[in-house]
Design a protein. Structure first.
Length: 305
């Protein structure tokens, strides 16, 4: 079964999801406030760029399905405020951004007051999703999820796997939040292990060769390791890369949720702390530590020139 649906937000993820849906036979009406984003899809078969959000809604058959791929917070809220008055009872809005699950629960209640159904979809797959498919974690009423299921089956790695209806509204984004917390921990473990190998200078270990070997037959093999081995083969020193690791917000939400629920998550939480440290958040802490050592033990401190 094919659908006609709208896609709002044509950044790299939204654009590639639009392409995958179109190549699976669905018709997509696509809108982004940036002209250049719409232009990149102008020649894609079965994709109809819309000049305005209103034009997108008019072009969709009832019940309308509109998928948002926007940054969480104000951009999503503003778009929903403009979109909902254009929709009718029975229409469905899917939020595929990395939203806080409590915001998704609130959006579901607000849209329900207008008779519009809300589905929250945690999306994983990054830049490789166009070819490999996306992992999808979906929350919402069963009837709404059934309505959008053909799109989910087309976006997933295979129609029968890689996507899951987690439960009621908010559960999809909650599951994606935890997914990203696990991702933080896995990335930190790989980074620490490979750094430890590189530091053992007496063995002159080639970390790129080790990473490549670990990809085959070991219990720590993963797609993340595949990607790591690939870029290490090109540049094992990474001297051109600044030691700054951003965090998207979901790691913070995961840590806060673990405290609220009383569930210990030390690995995920410490991985988040490492990211915050890389952003300079611990510079003053380190200055204090150095000055304390001078105060109690007379240990020398290094001064900034």
């Amino acid at each position: 079964m094919t659908l006609t649906l709208g896609m709002v937000g044509l950044g790299r993820m939204g654009g590639n999801m639009t392409r995958r849906l179109a190549r699976a036979g669905h018709a997509v009406v696509a809108w982004d406030r940036a002209d250049e984003a719409r232009a990149t899809l102008a020649h894609e078969a079965r994709v109809q760029p819309a000049a305005t959000l209103e034009q997108l809604v008019v072009a969709l058959p009832a019940p309308r399905i509109v998928w948002l791929m926007l940054p969480a917070g104000a951009p999503t809220q503003e778009t929903l405020s403009n979109l909902v008055p254009l929709l009718a009872r029975g229409d469905v809005v899917i939020d595929g951004g990395n939203a806080m699950y409590r915001d998704s629960q609130r959006h579901a209640r607000e849209l329900a007051a207008h008779g519009v159904q809300f589905v929250d979809a945690g999306v994983s797959g990054g830049v490789w999703g166009l070819e490999n498919g996306y992992g999808l974690m979906v929350g919402g009423d069963a009837a709404a999820v059934r309505l959008v299921e053909p799109a989910l089956r087309s976006l997933a790695p295979a129609p029968d796997r890689g996507w899951v209806h987690c439960g009621p509204a908010g559960s999809g984004h909650f599951t994606k939040m935890v997914h990203n917390g696990i991702e933080y921990g896995m990335m930190q473990a790989y980074a620490e292990g490979l750094a430890l190998l590189r530091a053992k200078q007496e063995f002159a270990l080639d970390v790129s060769q080790v990473a490549e070997a670990w990809r085959h037959g070991t219990v720590i093999r993963s797609w993340l390791l595949d990607l790591t081995a690939e870029f290490l083969a090109q540049d094992a020193t990474l001297e051109s890369i600044a030691p700054f690791v951003a965090d998207s917000g979901e790691g913070r939400w995961t840590a806060l949720e673990s405290i609220e629920l009383g569930v210990p998550t030390p690995v995920m939480t410490l991985a988040l702390m490492e990211r915050l440290g890389s952003q300079g958040q611990d510079d003053y802490t380190h200055r204090l530590l150095a000055r304390m050592r001078l105060a109690f033990g007379g240990h020398a401190v290094q001064k900034i020139a």
